[in-house]
Design a protein. Structure first.
Length: 407
């Protein structure tokens, strides 16, 4: 197939190069990419067939004009949580394959997710939407402590906190209600009170073709800074038995059926309780935090390429080609409001399993540990790839210990 014969995919936004460049590397050899972004392309340029600058990526009408100007677009793709809904509407306006805007809206609105899954009988924590502290106290009393307070329209565990008593609920309600990010929908009634689901947490990045769900990457989440749920890292093992677990496969398919999700990719988070897996949330995009990258390094599966195929209505190929383990560890400031004077890695001898060591903060940055400094406050990350989880963990420990920060 010549370059001109490759399907043209309209990509809306890219994200930070250190977190998303590998996706363009996977897609570009097989598809022509036309980027729509508020800024002119920089690091993206080698992977693009064209680009359009658009100040507001949530403007569905402007997106439609950009798509038509780009040429004969075969699919539209987005992995930025803030813009997945307008991009789903764009696919509908162009008559292209997509998840369907009602399904994406139900993923973005965690209350709609709960409503759809409850109607279908999918296992999930009991959840009550509340408008005030008084309503939250009444809901928690009915559910039973501990409960989790969760914003209705965020992701990446932002604003999520466990509370064990009425006093803790009163103290933390504003944290869940007021935490937000640019582009997040605003709701007058915006907090969910949910039963705490005990057990390990996992995520599954899956590709969906005509409603059929195929898992690609299963990551075991490493959480910290309780009572918050900050994601400190993730571990992907190509030989993880959960990839072949019938209960996981069943709940994933039933979840997507309940949401009416047609074509695209999703990132589903689940807790493995003693009563079986329960759905925590579903995102209508590839996972963040380098999870698809870890999957690619561990298994040889290419989530970016699968996402491009799905948005064009092409049957994705999910073919593992190796069996390794990969992990990521995120780096944080030790103290609140640390003004960084110098930051870098010392360069000590490290295990061969260390894969990447990346800083996203520099001198002059003011950083805090969670909850004040959540995902946007990270100093950087390290990754490792090896045959076993023990080797990966040891490599991540060594790489993280190599960080030097002065203030």
């Amino acid at each position: 197939m010549t370059t001109a014969d490759r399907p043209l995919v309209l990509l809306v936004g890219t994200g930070h190069k250190d977190y998303r460049r590998y996706l363009l590397e996977e897609i570009a050899p097989h598809y022509r990419l036309h980027l729509v972004s508020p800024a002119a392309p920089t690091w993206e340029e080698p992977y693009l067939a064209g680009s359009t600058r658009l100040a507001d990526l949530s403007d569905a009408d402007a997106l439609t004009v950009a798509a038509k100007d780009a040429g004969d677009v075969s699919g539209v793709l987005c992995w930025d949580e803030a813009f997945v809904l307008p991009v789903a509407r764009l696919a509908e306006a162009l008559g292209l394959p997509g998840p369907g805007s009602p399904a994406v809206a139900a993923c973005r609105d965690k209350h709609l997710t709960r409503t759809a899954l409850a109607a279908a009988g999918v296992a999930q924590p009991e959840s009550v939407l509340v408008a005030s502290v008084e309503d939250a106290l009444a809901a928690a009393a009915g559910i039973g402590y501990p409960v989790v307070l969760k914003p209705r329209a965020l992701a990446a565990s932002l604003g999520v906190v466990r509370v064990d008593t009425p006093g803790q609920l009163e103290a933390n309600f504003a944290f869940a209600r007021d935490t937000t990010v640019p582009g997040a929908p605003a709701y007058e009634v915006s907090v969910l009170v949910e039963r705490f689901a005990d057990g390990p947490e996992i995520s599954v990045d899956a590709v969906v073709h005509r409603g059929r769900v195929t898992p690609m990457v299963l990551a075991r989440k490493q959480l910290g800074y309780p009572p918050y749920f900050e994601e400190l890292g993730h571990l992907v093992d190509a030989a993880d038995p959960l990839l072949r677990d019938e209960a996981i496969a069943t709940i994933l398919q039933r979840t997507h059926d309940a949401l009416g999700f047609a074509d695209g990719v999703t990132h589903t988070e689940l807790r493995l309780t003693t009563g079986g897996p329960v759905v925590i949330e579903v995102n209508a995009r590839l996972g963040g935090d380098l999870i698809p990258y870890l999957g690619s390094r561990a298994t040889g599966v290419t989530p970016g390429l699968a996402a491009a195929a799905a948005c064009c209505g092409i049957q994705p190929r999910v073919r593992p080609g190796r069996a390794l383990t990969a992990g990521v560890r995120f780096l944080y400031a030790e103290h609140e409001d640390t003004r960084i004077a110098t930051i870098g890695f010392a360069g000590e001898p490290l295990p061969a399993a260390v894969d990447r060591m990346v800083l996203v903060a520099g001198p002059g940055t003011v950083a805090s540990p969670p909850p004040k400094g959540t995902t946007m406050g990270r100093l950087g990350f390290v990754t490792a790839v090896a045959p076993t989880a023990a080797e990966v963990t040891a490599a991540l420990d060594a790489a993280a210990a190599d960080l030097r920060v002065t203030s």
